[in-house]
Design a protein around this ligand. Structure first.
Ligand SMILES: *[C@@H]1O[C@H](CO)[C@@H](O)[C@H](O)[C@H]1NC(C)=O
Ligand SMILES: *[C@@H]1O[C@H](CO)[C@@H](O)[C@H](O)[C@H]1NC(C)=O
Ligand SMILES: *[C@@H]1O[C@H](CO)[C@@H](O)[C@H](O)[C@H]1NC(C)=O
Ligand SMILES: *[C@@H]1O[C@H](CO)[C@@H](O)[C@H](O)[C@H]1NC(C)=O
Ligand SMILES: *[C@@H]1O[C@H](CO)[C@@H](O)[C@H](O)[C@H]1NC(C)=O
Ligand SMILES: *[C@@H]1O[C@H](CO)[C@@H](O)[C@H](O)[C@H]1NC(C)=O
Ligand SMILES: *[C@@H]1O[C@H](CO)[C@@H](O)[C@H](O)[C@H]1NC(C)=O
Length: 456
């Protein structure tokens, strides 16, 4: 159980440290104070060095623990894991995508109180439960309200509402979790020692081509929508259009699809471009009035899978001030041209993070593990208890504490705040009231509106 380690004082210390001590208002007086601080640090360092050489010759654990900002290259794994955990206690790790709600549907018919698991004692058949979330030092989670594409044009809205409901039920039941709907709420929940819990709607099929449904999902607390899952909607192409030999259906977004993006901006819902085709990414980036996220996608150059983001789109995402949250799923991490046999490794996941950081900057990379949405994970990242091991690998690669806090959660909170600001700036715009058949010339009602619909 976290307690005092979550104090706001540590939050402040963590960021102030690496953003420079003067903050652009240096005065002679400040320089003098700095000099004194330097002398003290020097004295302490000498003292420590003497202490170390007088003991076994290895660095003491206490010394390491007090300096999470120091370079941890070549430190022992145990020391790096401990420092990684300290960093994750200073700023919340916000994971972009976890499919525990889907496991509730699959395994226990969405029961939380009458037959479902007790998440406080553990649920070993899945990747996620509270002891493992705590061990993994997770600060906040976007839980995925996902329903299968095969519900499209049938009961998809009903099922999606049930997935929102199951999330609300388990967040209510467990006091380790706290319901959050704002960027500030993520930090507030963390400072209370809680795991902030948010909802992402995984797939545009869930709104059944209705802007009214989109707005109502926002009202229920949904804070991002993945524009498609692994199927086209009547207004957007999914990633498989890039992989298959079929012609893309819409070459990205239709006109109605553009309105969906604009309406998401207007209400303040983050646009999630995981699962969409490259053309849909490009069209969405062109039309959005706020930064976008990829809640669970990795780097195409490192692993040529079309669920991953290609370099030219990464460059566009930098210009958009958006965020790619790296997915751990083996087929997205370990594939051509860097494929090795087996489940893949933590080092490969770190290679994806490195690639995005080196191309577009640490400000645009985050974590979206996809736990409980996938079958196969890299060795060493088997469940939600393992995040600190990935951060330990990055410490070995020279990432600073500030880099790691950005990767963990600062970037996501920044994007979320920008999306809230864009919403506030658009407050004089009316809700979009368009019907898809009135906007898209080639809309084929026969294909999408089955007889069981009483009206459209
Ligand atoms: C880490 O160890 C390697 C191999 O021993 C060495 O080449 C490198 O300089 C060390 N890096 C640091 C930052 O100490
Ligand atoms: C869910 O309920 C249905 C209907 O009673 C039943 O057929 C199914 O086996 C149940 N599934 C689980 C996982 O309990
Ligand atoms: C839809 O997909 C789910 C998940 O794969 C499966 O359990 C279900 O049987 C499918 N339903 C239909 C009607 O195909
Ligand atoms: C971007 O959107 C504008 C206006 O909607 C459109 O005229 C332009 O062709 C689009 N550009 C791309 C690259 O899609
Ligand atoms: C992305 O931007 C970088 C830096 O500006 C540039 O070197 C690189 O060629 C760009 N890559 C693509 C594929 O556009
Ligand atoms: C990597 O992928 C290539 C192309 O799919 C394949 O020929 C090769 O055998 C794979 N290598 C390993 C080590 O799996
Ligand atoms: C791959 O992961 C599974 C599940 O964690 C594990 O049982 C299996 O041994 C792993 N395979 C290899 C080659 O390490």
């Amino acid at each position: 159980m976290p307690s005092q380690s979550y104090s706001s004082e540590r939050l402040e210390t963590g960021s102030a440290k690496s953003e420079g001590m003067c903050g652009g208002i240096c005065t002679v007086k400040r320089l003098a104070i700095l000099a004194v601080i330097c002398l003290v640090i020097f004295a302490v360092a000498v003292g420590v060095a003497v202490g170390v050489s007088n003991s076994s010759g290895s660095k003491s654990n206490d010394d390491m623990g007090k300096k999470p900002w120091a370079s941890m290259r070549n430190a022992s794994l145990a020391d790096r894991v401990r420092v990684a955990k300290e960093i994750l206690d200073m700023y919340p790790l916000v994971d972009g995508h976890n499919d525990l709600p889907w496991q509730y549907r699959r395994h226990v018919n969405n029961t939380v109180y009458s037959g479902g698991p007790d998440l406080t004692t553990g649920w070993p058949v899945v990747h996620t439960d509270i002891p493992r979330l705590r061990e993994g030092h997770l600060g906040a989670q976007f839980w995925a309200a996902f329903v299968h594409c095969n519900s499209s044009y049938k009961d998809t809205v009903r099922q999606s509402l049930e997935q929102v409901d199951v999330i609300k039920k388990y967040v209510q039941r467990y006091s380790d979790l706290e319901w959050v709907t704002t960027a500030q709420g993520i930090e507030d929940a963390f400072n209370r020692g809680k795991i902030g819990s948010l909802i992402g709607l995984e797939g545009g099929h869930s709104i059944d081509s209705s802007l009214g449904n989109l707005r109502m999902f926002y009202e229920l607390g949904v804070r991002y929508m993945t524009v498609t899952h692994s199927c086209n909607t009547p207004w957007a192409d999914n990633w498989k259009m890039d992989e298959s030999d079929e012609a893309p259906k819409f070459n990205g977004l239709t006109k109605f699809g553009e309105l969906v993006i604009k309406e998401m901006n207007r209400v303040g819902m983050m646009v999630d471009l995981s699962h969409v085709s490259k053309d849909t990414m490009v069209d969405s980036l062109n039309v959005t009035r706020a930064p976008v996220i990829y809640s669970h996608s990795s780097a195409f150059t490192i692993c040529n899978h079309y669920r991953n983001v290609q370099d030219d789109v990464l460059n566009m995402t930098k210009a958009n001030n958006g965020l790619v949250m790296v997915n751990f799923y083996t087929p997205y991490i370990n594939c051509f041209p860097n494929n090795i046999s087996g489940n893949g490794t933590i080092q490969q996941v770190a290679d994806h993070i490195d690639h995005i950081k080196n191309l577009i900057g640490i400000e645009h990379v985050g974590i979206g593990g996809d736990y409980d949405g996938v079958e196969q994970l890299p060795d060493g990242l088997e469940d939600v208890s393992k995040y600190p091991d990935l951060f330990a690998e990055l410490l070995n690669r020279g990432y600073t504490d500030e880099d790691l806090m950005k990767l963990a959660g600062k970037n996501l909170v920044r994007v979320f705040r920008d999306v809230e600001k864009a919403r506030d700036n658009l407050r004089n715009e009316h809700p979009y009231e368009d019907l898809i058949m009135n906007v898209d010339e080639n809309y084929k009602a026969d294909e999408y509106v089955p007889e069981c619909y009483t009206d459209f």
